[in-house]
Design a protein around this ligand. Structure first.
Ligand SMILES: [Zn+2]
Length: 240
């Protein structure tokens, strides 16, 4: 699959493929589980091509919106999360209206480092933009930073930028989505989904006493998952 910004032949988008997958899978009266990953976001970051990473994030957002619009929140659990972060940063104090792909500006002028050179809002801790052969920091004034293949600067030169270690956000909607509010270890996410869907180990978990079991006893699951962008949609159907 090409990056959206490189697509020369009008390939199906992540949104198109997500919609088609749901159309096919929802015919199953027993429900489904679908995992969709916006994997090009990760690949663009590894290459430190921030414009492509942002573009692919928009593609992922479109897929999430489409999945949300195609499903019923009364019977569908949607989980959107990431499997890790990157060393990508949004730094400095760019004034309102500053283009995200450009230099940090304040008062209409470039903000400069101690070396008297301007710097960009976007950057990486490590990656191919380290430019180690230069005796002083690279002057971004020489660069076309809004080019789709521009490699954004990094502090440490690596062939491929690495993942980061921050906590990532988890968004959830639909039945039992309240189980995924807060901060928790990643291992908890599949456990919560299995519990909500009563599949796998989730069938072994006893229900809280007095709990309304409408969505749990004898229900089936439809699940969709999209990643770095990870989106999970679980659809619960009552037995009839
Ligand atoms: Zn990766």
């Amino acid at each position: 699959m090409s990056y959206k910004l490189d697509d020369q032949i009008n390939e199906p988008t992540l949104e198109d493929m997500t919609a088609k997958a749901i159309e096919i899978l929802r015919k199953n009266e027993k429900g489904f589980y679908l995992f969709v990953e916006g994997g090009k976001i990760d690949m663009a970051h590894h290459s430190s091509k921030a414009k492509k990473a942002l573009s692919e994030t928009i593609e992922f957002d479109n897929a999430v919106r489409r999945a949300f619009n195609m499903t019923n929140p009364d019977e569908t659990m949607i989980v959107v999360t990431a499997d890790h972060s990157h060393t990508f940063t949004i730094a400095g104090y760019p004034e309102r209206g500053t283009k995200i792909l450009s230099k940090v500006k304040y008062g209409g002028k470039d903000t400069r480092g101690e070396d008297n050179l301007p710097y960009l809002t976007l950057g990486y801790n490590n990656g191919p933009g380290g430019r180690i052969n230069e005796s002083r920091r690279h002057n971004v004034n020489l660069d076309k930073t809004d080019d789709k293949d521009y490699v954004y600067p990094s502090g440490i030169n690596l062939a491929y930028e690495t993942h980061g270690g921050e906590d990532v956000l988890v968004f959830a909607n639909g039945p039992w989505a309240h189980l995924l509010v807060g901060s928790f270890e990643q291992n908890f996410i599949p456990v919560a989904m299995a519990y909500a869907a009563r599949i796998g180990p989730g069938t072994q978990v006893s229900l809280p006493s007095g709990e309304n079991s409408l969505l749990l006893n004898g229900t089936h699951l439809q699940t969709l998952l999209l990643s770095l962008g990870v989106l999970v949609v679980c659809r619960f159907l009552k037995d009839t």
